[in-house]
Design a protein around this ligand. Structure first.
Ligand code: SF4
Length: 413
């Protein structure tokens, strides 16, 4: 059960107040390079990104935002650090939301008030994006508290318990982050501005979780979830899944970004997998594939990877299974909309729980995709199954020559 928050509109996307958790990302291009930025946003749109943020480090980047906005379909957010004039220009350009960082906004309250007045006039949203890195840098006293060794009166050294010290430090930092966000919120409210979304990001999973939980207990403004600088594809996906998963499972979070040191398009499927795992969104392919093991009868890894890649643009909810042998294959495949259960160089294709046919290994990909395509709207089917079929089938013939002598399931045709 998600925690009830206020609802804020970001362009045509509703955030909070019971709306589905919106998935967002951020471009990696130089924003002033309009052509590359728009092309990247289009690729993000194709894979299901619902809100996109662009960095605005200089005025050259701010003045092209209107041009970018004209060419894209999803709401555009300007990410501002330090200079309030960049925010003011971005708002003039017609962006849908401005993100400011309380840890580094020059002239703090005075700048915030200028930005709020402009955002209010245009009726656009603002994210108060607190980041533990910039909060920490501000607080010298907190840095002093990091000292974990103390001299006792008898001259011996007392070392604090590192785990306990880390926990206390985490709590202090989280509290400072929340306090900063609430302070900025109170300044906005004094100007009768409530179009606010809040993030409390940290590269440390437990600090972010602590900060988001604390904030959620004290405020009903919608929350943008993220673990900042989470890492590369594997590290970042795992850290984001743990951190965001813990919060989302508790009903905390209204929009999210999975930050990866990878192409931004790769962030989107990770975000949807997190949301689908928690049954918070139902979009695109829910994919089941076995890891393969010593019983494997087909090249399950190649087939699974290729099937998943080909289905990456599908938005219709559909359940697909690719399984390596008869041990778990038939059960998982029957439960899926389309399933493949491998067996001795052949595979049984299931559709909606029924055995459809048995196909040789070099036709696995073609057969699975054809069945998936038959269950999709025409426009989406074309994306995965071009006319004339698929020639470059997966399969590097890792199948053992003799198989495991396990029974192959009977095929209906
Ligand atoms: S389905 Fe078969 S091959 Fe795949 S992991 Fe299970 S036992 Fe191994």
């Amino acid at each position: 059960m998600s925690k009830k928050t206020r609802q804020v509109r970001v362009g045509n996307v509703l955030v909070g107040g019971g709306a589905p958790v919106a998935v967002q990302s951020m471009t990696t291009t130089y924003t002033r390079d309009v052509k590359s930025t728009v092309a990247q946003i289009k690729r993000l749109e194709e894979v299901g990104c619902e809100i996109v943020r662009v960095a605005v480090p200089e005025m050259e980047d701010a003045v092209v935002l209107g041009e970018i906005k004209k060419q894209i379909s999803i709401p555009l957010v300007a990410d501002i650090h330090y200079n309030p004039n960049l925010a003011l220009e971005a708002i003039r350009q017609g962006i849908d939301k401005v993100r400011i960082n309380p840890g580094n906004l020059l002239n703090g309250r005075e700048s915030l008030e200028q930005i709020v007045r402009a955002a209010k006039e245009r009726d656009i949203a603002m994210r108060i994006g607190v980041n533990s890195g910039s909060i920490d840098a501000l607080d010298k006293q907190a840095q002093m508290q990091r000292i974990q060794v103390r001299l006792r009166e008898d001259g011996t050294l007392e070392r604090s318990d590192p785990a306990e010290a880390r926990r206390l430090e985490r709590e202090r930092l989280a509290e400072r982050m929340v306090t900063k966000a609430l302070e900025y919120i109170s300044w906005c409210e004094e100007l009768d501005y409530h179009n606010i979304i809040v993030s409390l990001k940290s590269s440390t999973v437990l600090t972010a979780v602590e900060a988001y939980r604390r904030f959620s207990e004290r405020s009903d403004y919608p929350i943008h979830l993220g673990i900042t600088e989470a890492g590369t594809l594997v590290t970042g996906a795992v850290k984001s899944s743990v951190g965001l998963g813990l919060l989302l499972a508790d009903g905390i979070g209204d929009t999210m970004r999975v930050s990866l040191s990878a192409e931004p398009e790769e962030e989107i499927p990770v975000a949807y997998e997190i949301l689908k795992s928690l049954e918070l969104r139902n979009r695109g392919v829910t994919f089941v594939s076995c890891p393969s093991c010593g019983r494997v009868e087909i090249d399950v890894i190649s087939v699974a990877n290729e099937v998943e890649k080909r289905l990456s643009k599908v938005q219709t909810p559909i359940h697909v299974a690719v399984m390596g042998c008869v041990v778990n294959g038939p059960g998982e495949s029957r439960d899926a909309d389309v399933g493949l259960a491998g067996g001795k160089g052949k595979g049984v294709i299931f559709r909606k729980g029924q055995v459809i046919k048995t196909v040789p290994e070099d036709q696995f990909l073609d057969a699975v995709l054809k069945e998936v395509a038959s269950l999709l709207p025409e426009g989406e089917a074309k994306l995965i199954y071009p006319e004339g079929g698929i020639k470059d089938v997966a399969g590097t013939h890792r199948t053992r020559d003799e198989g495991m002598n396990l029974p192959i399931l009977p095929a209906s045709r």
